[in-house]
Design a protein around this ligand. Structure first.
Ligand code: ATP
Ligand code: MG
Length: 432
């Protein structure tokens, strides 16, 4: 019996991994342009970290966490809580009043697996801590948009404001009153959460709830003056930066810690999984986790969904990995000799490959083609005696005679100067 991976846990095979590298490199490049520094946290955290930040009455904490209940620890379902825990624990705010941090890695949620929804998935998460200005919110969204654009993706941005502790309670009461009166039409989950998390009904996917909330009071009509000004500032700054967006008063997000600005990058191209990235402001959260009273804002993008969308929306083929040179060795002596030459080439930073199996020349040349090798050097017993081998350009099929006269180090350097002309050797043997 073969042992297979667990449902919802997926291998990323070599070809797909190239796509992932492409996404990750682009993200790191853009994040760093915006002054972000990388931080890496452990995957396991105390369960309390998530129940205190994400909120008890949320899907994640209620039913999606992988917890070792006897040990009181949980595999992180998202990155923000862990990142803030690390931020607080190491007093990072003391070094620099505004911290810009990013992290990339796996998250774990026990959900129903489907296309673009896994139990182990990967997020690229960014956070700006210590700044409350609306320009920062806009800058962060502009950064997300830039990354999506550079990956060749067309995704729309929706924004909302969830108010603050001064205005949200009033809105909650208004909303509960509205929903209570229409309780029979709510889905089971929303009915149960009416008292603990009524806002969730606003973006519930069930048809009954969806229809019912169309006429519900709008959070945007209930914002206090400060939240109103802040939201207007976010819109103004988005316009200044040329970021296209639309307002969606039904977007409330599935985590309790958000205040004021929330946003999602959404698409119609991934079926039921519409959000490619999402985030928002969390001005009270750091204090709630025992840290200093600092504001913050962040977002996370799902890498599986980005990869799927790239396959769907772009014709950019996955860059194929290539090898610089393959050495086809025939016979024991040639194999030994080639192993030294291959090793030398690798120390010179070339991608060099060979095969120790003693297979036929034809089989070895096939292998050279399979690994997309640009050159092949053929060394047999005769070649060793005559001190010359055949060097073939695999793209043009041109062949030249390559001398094996000098010591191996020099041969390796001469090969490099052919394969990578930027390493041409000058008259006096200096590599330029
Ligand atoms: P959804 O509404 O799709 O469940 P979410 O609101 O739970 O998403 P967040 O917690 O905000 O998602 O996470 C941010 C991003 O991480 C999402 O926009 C999505 O791209 C990705 N993501 C979240 N959960 C999963 C998952 N189970 N599988 C794959 N990607 C995910
Ligand atoms: Mg979810």
């Amino acid at each position: 019996m073969k042992i297979k991976a667990i449902n919802g846990f997926k291998d990323i095979l070599p070809e797909a991994a190239l796509r992932w590298q492409q996404i990750e490199q682009k993200a790191r490049d853009i994040f760093e342009r915006f002054g972000m520094c990388e931080i890496r946290m452990p995957i396991l955290e105390k369960t309390e970290l998530f129940s205190r930040s994400i909120g008890e009455a949320t899907d994640i904490v209620e039913k999606e966490m992988y917890s070792f209940s006897d040990k009181g620890i949980t595999m992180r379902p998202e990155a923000t809580a862990s990142l803030l825990r690390a931020f607080i624990e190491h007093g990072l705010h003391v070094q620099q009043p505004v911290q810009r941090l990013y992290t990339i890695g796996p998250m774990f949620r026990h959900e129903r697996p489907q296309k673009g929804r896994l139990r182990q998935f990967h997020q690229m998460d960014v956070e700006i801590i210590g700044a409350t200005e609306p320009q920062v919110d806009a800058e962060l969204m502009a950064m997300g948009q830039m990354l999506l654009n550079d990956l060749g993706l067309t995704v729309s941005l929706e924004i909302n404001s969830l108010g603050c502790p001064a205005c949200r309670p009033d809105f909650r009461v208004k909303l509960i009153t509205y929903l209570e009166a229409r309780k029979e039409s709510l889905c089971e989950d929303c009915r149960r959460r009416l008292a603990t998390n009524p806002l969730r009904a606003l973006d519930c996917k069930s048809r009954g709830c969806k229809a019912l909330v169309q006429d519900a009071p709008s959070i945007l009509d209930s914002l206090c003056n400060d939240c109103n000004t802040h939201f207007a500032g976010v819109e103004h700054s988005l316009n200044l930066l040329g970021v296209t967006y639309s307002k969606n008063r039904f977007m409330v997000r599935g985590l309790d810690y958000y205040t004021r600005t929330t946003f999602e990058f959404i698409t119609d191209d991934l079926g039921a999984q519409s959000a490619v990235g999402a985030g928002g402001r969390y001005d009270g959260l750091i204090e709630q986790l025992g840290g200093p009273p600092l504001p913050g804002i962040g977002f996370a993008m799902g890498m599986e969904r980005l990869a799927l969308l790239m396959d769907q929306q772009t014709d950019s083929t996955i860059p194929k990995s290539s090898t610089d040179i393959f050495i086809a060795a025939l016979g024991d002596e040639a194999t030994e000799y080639s192993s030294m030459l291959t090793h030398k080439l690798r120390t010179l930073e070339l991608k060099a490959a060979m095969d120790y199996s003693g297979r036929s020349l034809k089989a070895q040349m096939k292998q050279a083609g399979r690994i997309n090798s640009r050159f092949a050097l053929i060394i047999g017993e005769n070649e060793l005696v005559e001190k010359q081998a055949v060097l073939r350009n695999m793209q043009t099929q041109e062949q030249v005679t390559f001398s094996l006269n000098e010591i191996i180090d020099e041969q390796a350097e001469r090969l490099r100067s052919i394969i990578k002309p930027e390493f041409r050797i000058t008259e006096d043997n200096v590599i330029i």
